[in-house]
Design a protein around this ligand. Structure first.
Ligand code: NDP
Length: 247
């Protein structure tokens, strides 16, 4: 994998993914990372000082008008090599969970950040992903060629829902899974892989302190897993350890 764009890298799993990737024996040549506020992204800034392959972009991903500049900046770096991987990681989990407490604004906010953003960013990255697929024509489907990884959640699994509630979060991730499937079909001619991934239940601001996994354990395995994904997993839903999940 020559280049990867990861969203939401100032904390949590996004930051963990950047750490896991720069520590690989052969790290990506370019790690494009996004955060909403660079001044507050001190851990990411510190990492970038140690690793010159980390590029930081300040962007609120709900601002779709800013995508053209982001893509142009990435293209300015990778030139005719394109972008191998878009990792849609940024997400939100509104607090209201039970039906009696559900607010329409929470439903809209979750859909905006967790579904609309990944789809629009995939659309914006398409020319770069196609370029990478072409430049790596000899590579099989996977991250060494071109791929979109959507950070989903087991809470978006309809079959796996035994507890109810969490209307905003669950529906936004189920909808993201539907988008993964469509992208995998639409981009199959270029052999651009598209997969939904569940990171496990992880100790982050979102996952909370009761989560069984820590960030390095989850992100270390995610990085191992995504490097092994191929045509078999295209259009599918996988766990952080690579095992398949049901929709
Ligand atoms: P955190 O809450 O720790 O981090 C979320 C990240 O997303 C932050 O970097 C945040 O930036 C960013 N983000 C949110 N909204 C926007 C936006 N509009 N524009 C740009 N960036 C934004 O969550 P996690 O690290 O735990 O979660 C990462 C992903 O993994 C999410 O998609 C989540 O749904 C998924 N996930 C997490 C699980 C867990 O147990 N932790 C389980 C299953 C799935 P900022 O700091 O500016 O808010």
């Amino acid at each position: 994998m020559n280049s990867i764009l990861i969203t939401g890298c100032n904390r949590g799993l996004g930051l963990g993914l950047v750490r896991a990737l720069v520590n690989l024996p052969q790290p990506p040549q370019h790690l494009f990372t996004t955060c909403r506020n660079r001044a507050q992204a001190t851990e990411l800034e510190d990492l970038a000082k140690q690793h010159s392959n980390i590029h930081i972009f300040e962007i609120d991903l709900r601002n779709f008008e800013a995508y053209d500049k982001l893509i142009a900046d990435i293209e300015g770096v990778t030139k005719d090599k394109g972008l191998n991987v878009l990792f849609n990681n940024a997400g939100i989990a509104p607090k209201s969970t039970r039906i009696t407490a559900t607010k329409s604004q929470d439903l809209l906010d979750a859909l905006h950040t967790n579904t609309v953003v990944p789809i629009m960013l995939a659309k914006a990255c398409l020319p770069l992903l196609k370029k990478a697929a072409q430049a790596n024509e000899a590579q099989p489907m996977g991250v060494a060629r071109a791929a979109i990884i959507n950070m989903s959640s087991i809470l978006g699994s309809i079959q796996g829902n035994t507890d109810g509630g969490m209307y905003a979060y669950r529906t936004s991730k189920s909808a993201l899974n539907a988008a993964t499937k469509s992208l995998s079909i639409d981009l199959f001619p270029q052999r651009i892989m598209c997969v939904s991934l569940h990171p496990g239940w992880v100790k982050t601001d979102m996952g909370g302190s009761n989560a069984p996994l820590d960030v390095p354990t989850s992100t270390g395995q995610i990085v191992e897993t995504i490097r092994k994904l191929g045509e078999k997993q295209n259009g599918g839903f996988v766990n952080y350890d690579g095992s398949p999940l049901t929709w």
